[in-house]
Write a protein that binds this ligand. Structure first.
Ligand SMILES: O=P(O)(O)O[C@@H]1[C@@H](OP(=O)(O)O)[C@H](OP(=O)(O)O)[C@H](O)[C@H](OP(=O)(O)O)[C@H]1OP(=O)(O)O
Ligand SMILES: Nc1ncnc2c1ncn2[C@@H]1O[C@H](COP(=O)(O)OP(=O)(O)O)[C@@H](O)[C@H]1O
Ligand SMILES: [Mg+2]
Ligand SMILES: [Mg+2]
Length: 369
C-alpha cells in the first residue's frame, strides 16, 4: 500500500438507487485492499460532524447539501470534495451544459465536433413563433431545459411537424434531430481515464418516413434499453451495434480532457452521435454528472485508481507543503527580517497551486507557515 501504510476514508453521499448500483462489494473490497475505506455518510447528522473524511464523493443536490459541504470544507480544508457543487450545477441546464462544448478548441485534421442546432423555448407563444424556427427544421427533439436527474427531466419527444408541438410543455430545448445510424457513443470520464462504449439510440428518420409520421413520439432514457435487452440477439443485430465503428479513441480523449478542464469536473460522461451526412462529424448531445459507472467493465479498478490518485496526490501535496515550509523558513532565518518571511509565504503558495479537490478550485488556508 502506498502512502506509508496510512489508511484513507472516503465518505459517500448518494441516492439509494445510485448507492445500490455503485457501492458494490467488489468496489468496496478493492478500495479497501489499497488503503481506502468507503464510508456511507449519515444524512441524519451534519456532515461536518462526521469523518473527518479525506475525501467526499457525492451526487446530491439542494441548498441544504451545499451548505453542509461548505461547512465541511471550512472545517476540513485539506479534504477533497468530488466534485464541486458549483461545477456540477452547469450540467443541470441543457443549454449551459453544452455551451462549454462550443468553447473547446481541439486540433484535429480528420474529425470535427460540435453540438446540434438548438433553441431554448420558455413559453408556448414562442413555440409557435415562426422566427424562432428560422434556425431549425423538423424533425426535432424536445428536451426539458432542466436536467436534474428527475424522471421528468429525461422525458423527451421526437417531433415530426407543427402538430407535434401542441403537446410540449416549455421550458424546453428544441434540438435538431440528427440521423446517426441508431447508435450512440457514451464516453465515460473518471479523472484522466476515458472509456467510450456503444449503446442503442433512436433509429434514423428518412425524408420519406418524416412525411408519413404524425405529430410526435415520446420516449425516455432510450440508451439504457439496450442493457435490458442484451439477451435478445435479434434486437441487438437490428441495432447494428456490433458493426458500428467506435470514434477514434485519441479524438474522444482530447474532447474528454478539454471538457474536464473547462468544466472542472472529474466524474462525468457525455453522449456523442456521428452525423451520417458527414461520417467524420461528431455531435455532443448530453453531459451527465456521475453516471452509471458500474456498467463499465472493470469499473472497480478504474474507480479505485482514481480514488488513490485523489487521496495520495493530496497526501503528497501536504508533504510538499511541509518541505517547502522548512526550506523557506530556513532562508527566512538567514535573512532575519519580517518582510522576508512574508515573501516566503508567497513562494510557498506558488509551489502548491490549486491544491484542492477538483483541479482549479483553490483551497484556502491550506498552508500554515
Ligand atoms: O442509473 P444508471 O446506471 O442508468 O445511470 C444513469 C446514466 O446512465 P448512463 O451511465 O449514461 O448509461 C444517465 O445517463 P443518460 O441520461 O442515460 O445519458 C444519467 O447520468 C443518470 O443520472 P441522472 O438521472 O441524469 O442524474 C444516471 O442515473 P443515476 O444512476 O445517477 O441515478
Ligand atoms: N440531437 C439529437 N439527434 C438524434 N438523437 C438524439 C439527439 N438528442 C438526443 N437524442 C437521442 O435521445 C436520447 C436522449 O437524449 P439525451 O439528451 O441524451 O437525454 P438524457 O439526459 O435523458 O439522456 C439520446 O441518448 C439519443 O438516443
Ligand atoms: Mg443521455
Ligand atoms: Mg442526460
Amino acid at each position: 500500500m502506498a502512502g506509508g501504510g496510512r489508511r484513507f476514508e472516503i465518505g459517500y453521499a448518494l441516492l439509494p438507487k445510485k448507492e445500490n448500483s455503485f457501492i458494490r462489494e467488489s468496489l468496496v473490497k478493492q478500495a479497501r485492499s489499497r488503503g481506502i475505506d468507503l464510508v456511507k455518510i449519515d444524512m441524519g447528522r451534519p456532515l461536518a460532524d462526521q469523518g473527518p473524511f479525506d475525501c467526499v464523493l457525492h451526487k446530491l443536490y439542494g441548498e441544504d447539501w451545499r451548505s453542509q459541504l461548505e461547512d465541511f470544507r471550512s472545517q476540513n480544508p485539506n479534504a477533497v470534495i468530488i466534485d464541486s457543487p458549483a461545477a456540477i450545477e452547469r450540467l443541470h441546464n441543457r443549454i449551459s451544459m453544452l455551451q462549454v462544448v462550443s468553447e473547446l478548441k481541439i486540433e484535429n485534421q480528420s474529425e470535427t465536433f460540435g453540438i446540434p442546432k438548438q433553441i431554448v423555448i420558455y413559453d408556448r407563444e414562442t413555440l409557435f413563433d415562426d422566427q424562432a424556427w428560422e434556425l431549425l427544421k423538423f424533425p426535432v427533439i424536445a428536451k426539458p431545459l432542466v436536467a436534474d436527474g428527475s424522471a421528468k427531466s429525461h422525458k423527451m419527444a421526437l417531433v415530426f411537424n407543427h402538430e407535434g408541438l401542441n403537446k410540449l410543455k416549455p421550458p424546453i430545448v428544441l434540438q435538431e434531430f440528427v440521423n446517426h445510424g441508431g447508435v450512440i457513443f457514451k464516453v465515460y470520464v473518471v479523472g484522466e481515464y476515458v472509456k467510450c462504449v456503444k449503446r442503442k439510440s433512436l433509429p434514423d428518420v428518412s425524408e420519406e418516413k418524416l412525411n408519413s409520421l404524425q405529430g410526435s413520439l415520446s420516449f425516455s432514457q432510450v440508451s439504457n434499453l439496450a442493457t435490458h435487452q442484451k439477451s435478445d440477439d435479434k434486437y441487438y443485430k437490428m441495432m447494428h451495434l456490433e458493426d458500428t465503428e467506435l470514434p477514434p479513441q485519441s479524438f474522444m480523449t482530447d474532447i474528454a480532457k478539454g471538457l474536464r478542464r473547462a468544466m472542472n469536473l472529474n466524474l462525468f460522461n457525455f453522449d456523442v452521435i456521428r452525423d451520417t451526412r458527414f461520417g467524420n462529424r461528431y455531435l455532443i448531445i448530453d453531459i451527465n454528472y456521475f453516471p452509471g459507472y458500474a456498467k463499465m467493465p472493470g469499473y472497480e479498478t478504474v474507480l479505485t485508481d482514481f480514488f488513490c490518485d485523489m487521496v495520495y496526490r493530496k497526501e503528497r501535496q501536504v508533504v510538499v507543503e511541509k518541505d517547502s515550509v522548512e526550506e523557506y523558513s530556513q532562508e527566512a532565518v538567514v535573512g532575519t527580517d519580517g518582510r522576508l518571511v512574508l515573501s516566503c509565504e508567497k513562494e510557498i503558495r506558488k509551489i502548491v497551486p490549486n491544491s484542492c479537490c477538483s483541479d482549479g478550485e483553490e483551497m484556502e488556508n491550506s498552508i500554515q507557515v
